[in-house]
Design a protein around this ligand. Sequence first.
Ligand SMILES: [Zn+2]
Length: 389
Amino acid sequence: MTARFGFDVVARDEAARCGRLQLAHGDVDTPAFMPVGTRGAVRGVTADELESIGTQIVLANTYHLHLRPSAELVARRGGLHAFMGWTRPILTDSGGYQVFSLAERRTLGEDGVVFHSHLDGSRHLLTPERAVDIQARLGSDVAMMLDECPSWPATPAELDAAVERTLRWARRGRDRFLALAAGGDPDVARPTPGQAQFGIVQGGTDKARRDRSVAGTLAVGFEAYAIGGLSVGEPVEAMYEITGHTAAQLPADRPRYLMGTGMPDDLVESVARGIDLFDCVLPTRNARNGQLFTPRGPISIKNARYAEDDRPIDPGCRCPTCKRYSRAYLRYLFVAGEMNAATLNTLHNLHFYLDTMRQIREAIKFGTFAKFRKAFLETYSRQPRSLDD
Ligand SMILES: [Zn+2]
């Protein structure tokens, strides 16, 4: 394991960057998409299968792993990498987003947020310091600071309160992270000594609040920075506008992570605005619902029109599913409720996302990203479509 966090920009095309991120468990080519393994598993696919489609980094959810099986148990198993059988990098979120969106009876205070588990109702307190400790025990390559993500739309007063509290939590979280890194607490096992910590910028769709959040977060100082609080229901144009505005103020020599985004065209548009890292549940969740991505847009495999269609999902796709199986077979598996449907659909959708990122990186290296972006957006439609037309 390398102990040093690093990021090299290897090519630029206007605001878009192609780079290499060095993490404790290996390198990640950026712009990169991180498949989401909510409970320490990308649902339906094995670590071998993830590697076979070129996955370089996965995201795991701290909230879920903290409640079950617990960070202490994972630490005793040697950390999340050993526990999951995944040797490449892992990013963990802080748990805050799930506390705000999933937990029952939560109470937000200055110290942190008290919540009741959605599993058994047990009471927990998540503070900026505890979010650091839990992720240290999990041993992810990248730990995220605890932030407050206000719901959308939020009042100006709510946005201000979230920005200011997030900045105070940034300081506390960073102090705790640095104390652990210096060996300050023998009770907190750290299976990944080279763990990095990313700060999170909030501020909703208001540029002045984003500016304030960027300045305060940079003053605390993290290995890299994420843009939080977008893709929460705001219009897509506002999301692009704030992404571009915020990314431009973040350090050019550090990766920029847009949290929780998005649709395939969102990835292309956000790379054009200087984003390097993405995560989203869409490719995996939609796969389980029978929605499959293609360069022309998503299709619904359960549609009766595919019942006797012997072609692969996408004749141009080189994923393990398209190499071997027909639309007719995949439709049958889905309709029959066969669990292979989730596996094969997930492999195709993740391959589509990862291959789109690969094409983006190539285009940036060759200086043809503007051309790629135009062609992608002209071809791709968000509306589910038939492959017959
Ligand atoms: Zn495929």
